[in-house]
Design a binder for this molecule. Structure first.
Ligand code: AKB
Length: 313
């Protein structure tokens, strides 16, 4: 990777990935794009262009202007927003992806896009969910993610585009907040623990979902993109996870640092329904075997780091 174009660079993954890649590959070599341009170090610390990913011509023009060799396509609506606005989600998530793949094909770029545990559905095995298994999601987000995985495989097989992807679990970070996801409770809970000493969860106790701390997610992206292609049996997309927990378990971990912390519940039927359709815990063995995936943080070390970083903010 020498010249990298990132879409959705101001989102939850994008804002941290842009800064990590700028530090690793040089600030001028990472071109950040987003549909908005707020005050942010992503905008000021290197090249930045306004881009609506449904505009193929503009995406192609930016990619040509900077002579990019890698595209990291992150712009997308997350699960809860996609469920509220399904047609918009289809148009943005699928329209943006096919445009980005076309630019990668036209300019012979390497390509990364995230998939999600949302690509699984109620008929998928819930525990130790295999890499290759039933994928019949019941959400618009999931339909987008499965279609996206297949489309990326198609561009690899048909046109030779070097597409690679990760099925991310809920991502937890102290830097940029997520927006419109089902797993976001596991981020909000840390903010509220510090601000108010209590949190009302929209996800019910007993609901297990996979999660990962952002530094592990960023390393996974870089490691996958730098992996030897001859070792990759799978491409789109690899199961990756660092931990699986339910709200009571994260609350108990927070209580080790804030003993008076209390959790209560006001379950949101839409997000609970989405969570219930997803696996409890996925199996990342293929990612470990094919390109050496390894997560450093578990629930205890992540909680310690999250709380100290948020306090210092
Ligand atoms: C969401 O909750 O929508 C995302 C995801 C797991 O893909 N965090």
């Amino acid at each position: 990777m020498k010249k990298i174009l990132i879409t959705g660079a101001l989102g939850q993954i994008g804002s941290e990935l842009t800064m990590k890649l700028r530090n690793e590959y040089g600030h001028e070599n990472v071109i950040a794009t987003d549909i908005r341009q707020p005050e942010s170090e992503v905008v000021t610390s290197g090249p930045f262009e306004l881009l609506d990913v449904t505009d193929h011509e503009k995406m192609l023009a930016i990619a040509k202007k900077y002579n990019v060799d890698t595209i990291m396509h992150l712009a997308a609506l997350l699960s809860a927003t996609a469920e509220a606005k399904p047609l918009l989600a289809w148009n943005l998530n699928m329209g943006g992806l096919v445009n980005a793949l076309e630019v990668a094909r036209e300019l012979n770029c390497k390509f990364f896009t995230p998939s999600s545990i949302g690509a699984f559905g109620p008929s998928t095995p819930k525990d130790n969910t295999p890499q290759d298994t039933i994928q019949r999601p019941t959400t618009m987000y999931g339909v987008n993610k499965v279609s996206g995985e297949l489309l990326c495989d198609y561009y690899y097989q048909k046109f030779g585009v070097d597409t690679r992807g990760l099925r991310f679990p809920g991502l937890i970070s102290y830097a940029a907040p997520p927006g419109g996801g089902t797993t976001d409770y596991a981020v909000d809970i840390y903010y509220k623990a510090l601000e108010e000493g209590k949190y009302t969860s929209y996800i019910n106790k007993g609901t297990y979902m996979d999660m990962m701390y952002m530094p592990d997610a960023l390393n996974a992206i870089v490691d996958l993109m730098e992996a030897d292609p001859s070792k990759l049996i799978h491409r789109n997309s690899f199961n990756v996870t660092a931990m699986s927990f339910e709200p009571e378990e994260i609350a108990a971990e927070i209580r080790k640092h804030i003993p008076q912390f209390e959790i209560s519940y006001d379950v949101d039927p839409v997000r609970q329904g989405i969570a219930d359709s997803w696996p409890n815990a996925i199996d990342p063995t293929c990612a470990k075997e094919e390109w050496g995936f390894k997560a450093k943080y578990d629930l205890a070390s992540m909680t310690k780091d999250m709380l100290s970083k948020l306090k210092a903010k």
